[in-house]
Design a protein around this ligand. Structure first.
Ligand code: SF4
Length: 258
């Protein structure tokens, strides 16, 4: 099929899809995004660029679904007498560099753009400049290694080197996440059993915190990562490239005007 007729049929499908109720339209879009692994994994272009609004709706649905899974996991853990060590104000896991695809950064940036979050937004912009100096070019280096993907040992080494600097995420304000309601999946899923002592970057033995295994959440995270990647790739971003959450949020907020 030629490029022009492909564009035409994509436009026709889009027009048809726009007439559907919102939930049905999004479900159909999710089906299209994940149907062809070649497109979902960025080896072939999705026939049209999906909108930021659709990327945000998909991301919000994934965040909501994970939150429900996390509650179920906690209930399951409690019923077996397990103790989850996480509590408000603990910042151990916020010392790790968070890499995300564009849709999740967009969700955080959109949250900070709201009028009621103006104070948090101003605070982040100022804090980001300090954070940037502390992490130097670690965000770009990690993003490059993550994209290359062939040798995870190199990525892990760079990740640990950054983690060992113990620089708190630029979105963490005095122990609280300023984008809590829009934080990425990796942050929503973070938890430690019994003790948080191994969560922070001073844990030089690199023995990870003990985590719960809970099949519904573990399986969901795999399919969510796949859908986010497909959404990222169909949104016109550089294929498969995840970036530092803080760097992307700063970029997406645009030039400072306040
Ligand atoms: S986004 Fe929020 S929860 Fe995630 S690392 Fe940053 S401050 Fe912590």
């Amino acid at each position: 099929m030629g490029r022009r007729s492909r564009d035409k049929s994509a436009r026709r499908r889009e027009a048809k899809s726009a007439q559907l109720p919102e939930g049905e339209r999004l479900a159909r879009l999710v089906g299209e995004l994940t149907a062809d692994p070649e497109m979902a994994e960025g080896r072939r272009r999705f026939p049209r660029q999906i909108s930021d609004e659709d990327a945000l709706a998909i991301t919000a649905a994934l965040h909501g679904e994970l939150d429900e899974g996390v509650v179920a996991r906690e209930e399951d853990a409690r019923s077996r007498g397990a103790r989850i060590a996480c509590e408000r104000g603990c910042t151990g896991c916020c010392e790790e560099m968070v890499l995300v695809s564009r849709p999740e950064a967009l969700a955080a940036a959109r949250f900070l753009s709201r009028e009621e979050n103006a104070d948090a937004r101003r605070w982040f912009r100022a804090n980001f400049r300090r954070w940037r100096e502390s992490v130097s070019d670690d965000p770009e280096r990690l993003a490059d290694l993550d994209l290359r993907g062939e040798d995870r040992a190199d990525y892990l080494e760079a990740h640990r080197a950054n983690w060992g600097k113990r620089v708190l995420c630029a979105l963490n304000r005095d122990g609280d996440c300023v984008v809590y309601d829009a934080r990425p999946l990796v942050c929503r899923n973070a938890h430690a059993l019994d003790t948080s002592a191994r969560c922070h970057g001073g844990n030089q033995g690199w023995v990870p915190a003990t985590r719960l295994t809970f099949a519904p959440v573990d399986e969901f995270l795999g399919s969510a990562a796949y859908l986010l990647r497909a959404t990222h790739n169909a949104g016109g971003a550089r294929p498969n490239r995840r970036e530092s959450l803080c760097v992307l949020v700063d970029q997406l907020l645009g030039p400072e005007s306040e």
